[in-house]
Design a protein around this ligand. Structure first.
Ligand code: ADP
Ligand code: MG
Length: 527
């Protein structure tokens, strides 16, 4: 394990690093810092939260010549939030070296930025568009820039900044060092690298070294119309500190934030249609703990860096693997353990498998928390609510009359318990999804029987069939019921609540290498 002392940094920087509390370099820092100090062009790829800022920040700050009052390094970031964050991290690191850093972004008056630039800034961090404005006006000069950094390069390309980036680069001296950092490496980034970098050193964290193990990745099987209930059950049974909940669309964000607020959760929504002012307000409340749930789209969540996010919840499964990696990187930061929960509908099981395959991670299936589990956590709060009503002057007459009537048949204890059940167990009615009505399949009660078009002819044995079902549908082999294998076909029974998942996962799939069709069985004909 390397130490920061091993990099031969100046004492002033080392003191700064110690002061922040970084004990040892993260894996990406260990590899990048020496290469950047040697002046190499570097492509650094590692998941969000792995310390990429300091990986380029430390060597860039080390190289600043304090005698020179010109801009010596330029850092491009996709959003203003990130520009501010990077700038803050750099000024903390260089607190003793006293490098002059400045964030520059759209939405702030040009005049103020021009004045600040004139005071002799040495490292500028900014969004591509605004940087370009200053370069064109000549208020930002690049003749003494040694290093250009593209931070969160994948996000910048996603946001359509490619032309601005190329323009900015065209202002930079030919001999400059170019660094590129990114959580993912889509082809457009490789192209950019080939075009502008000299013999780039490609530093990537192989799977064992990224922070993924810090994040406990789990998923729930849910039906489309029971997602909200599933989410609430999870929230009620977990110690959720701060959670970011991802939805696919802006409308989804609005609806979910509202539904959660209506159920009494401290939640707020964040998406691209909101005014900057509203976004700042929501983010502010989230940061200081007034909100515990932030519902957001992928775009709106860009650049959010809140240290203590305990849970990332994919209310809608992400549409690509990159976005999954970005989302879950919002939790488990700086060594803290985090939980990433993904809700998966039957049709989304295949997408889940793809994510597992491409990230090399294994998402653990979890059963939805039961009423007992939620009660264990909520009992106190339920009892407080009841005591509160008893001690208040709420008018209970209406309800007391009901009790008088019920008492003719039941004990007071039974009545009270039933009333609590009505009040607190609304999340436990099992919802049905009409699109998965398999009809009468000849199964035992509570089960669904499926027909599979292969049998002994593909050498399939019951253990293999049950293992394939369990793996592909994310259920336990114990949940797989009766299996009958014949020469050219088979039958299998599974519990009703998992049947939609078994159906979607296996209706067109492979078992033992053989193509398989699975469909609801027809009831047995009685002879
Ligand atoms: P990335 O850019 O890879 O997403 P950041 O650079 O934003 O990650 O770092 C994530 C968090 O980890 C930040 O809060 C940062 O201060 C912290 N961090 C970075 N390097 C270290 C380190 N060596 N030791 C402890 N914490 C670190
Ligand atoms: Mg970063």
């Amino acid at each position: 394990m390397m130490r920061f002392d091993d990099f031969q940094l100046s004492d002033a920087l080392l003191t700064g690093i110690k002061e922040i509390g970084f004990e040892e370099p993260s894996p990406i820092q260990e590899k990048c810092i020496p290469a950047v100090l040697r002046g190499e062009d570097v492509i650094g790829q590692a998941q969000t939260g792995t310390g990429k800022t300091a990986a380029f920040g430390i060597p860039v700050l080390e190289s600043v010549d304090m005698e020179l009052r010109d801009v010596q390094a330029l850092i491009l970031t996709p959003t203003r939030e990130l520009a501010i964050q990077v700038s803050e991290e750099l000024s903390r690191i260089s607190r003793f070296k006293k490098v002059r850093t400045l964030p520059i972004y759209g939405g702030q008056p040009m005049g103020r930025q021009i004045k600040a630039l004139q005071q002799g800034v040495q490292v500028v961090i900014g969004t591509p568009g605004r940087l370009l404005d200053h370069l064109r006006r000549g208020t930002l000069k690049m003749h003494n820039v040694n290093t250009v950094v593209l931070d969160e390069a994948d996000e910048m390309l996603d946001m359509g900044f490619i032309e601005d980036i190329e323009q900015v680069l065209s202002y930079s001296p030919e001999q400059r060092q170019l660094l590129l950092f990114s959580a993912t490496m889509p082809p457009a980034i490789r192209q950019l690298a080939t075009k502008y970098m000299r013999k780039p050193r490609y530093i990537t964290m192989n799977r064992g070294e990224v922070h993924v193990p810090q994040i406990n990745q789990i998923y729930y099987r849910v039906l489309e119309n029971s997602k909200l209930d599933a989410l609430c059950r999870f929230l009620d049974s977990e110690e959720v500190d701060l959670a970011i909940i991802f939805c696919r669309t802006k409308k989804g964000v609005d609806e979910l934030a509202e539904a959660l607020a209506a159920r009494g959760y401290l939640s707020g929504g964040l998406h691209g249609d909101l005014q900057q002012e509203q976004r700042d307000r929501v983010m502010g409340s989230f940061r200081n703990g007034d909100l515990e749930l932030l519902v957001a789209t992928d775009v709106a969540a860009r650049g959010i860096d809140v240290g203590s996010v305990s849970h990332v919840i994919n209310f809608d499964i992400p549409q690509d693997v990159e976005s999954y990696v970005h989302r879950i990187g919002r939790t488990g930061r700086a060594g803290r353990a985090g939980v990433a929960l993904t809700l998966v509908t039957p049709r989304e099981l295949k997408q889940l498998r793809l994510i597992e395959k491409e990230t090399g991670a294994r998402l653990q299936p979890r059963e939805l928390p039961s009423l007992e589990e939620i009660a264990a956590k909520q009992q106190k709060s339920w009892m407080t609510q009841i005591e509160g009503v008893i001690q208040s002057d709420a008018d209970l007459k209406l309800f007391e009359d009901m009790i008088t009537q019920l008492k003719e048949q039941f004990s007071e204890n039974k009545i009270a318990a039933a009333a609590l059940y009505v009040a607190f167990s609304e999340r436990f009615t099992r919802s049905q999804d009409q699109s998965y009505n398999f009809g009468e399949t000849g199964a035992a009660p509570g089960m669904v029987r499926f027909f599979i078009n292969v049998g002994r002819n593909t050498n399939m044995r019951p253990q293999e069939l049950s293992k394939a079902i369990s793996e592909q549908a994310g259920i336990t082999t114990r949940q797989v019921g009766k299996i009958n294998i014949y020469d050219r076909f088979s039958f299998v029974e599974v519990p009703e609540e998992v049947a939609p998942f078994v159906y979607e996962a296996l209706r067109q799939s492979r078992i033992n290498g053989a193509r398989v069709n699975l469909e609801p069985a027809r009831p047995r004909v009685r002879s």
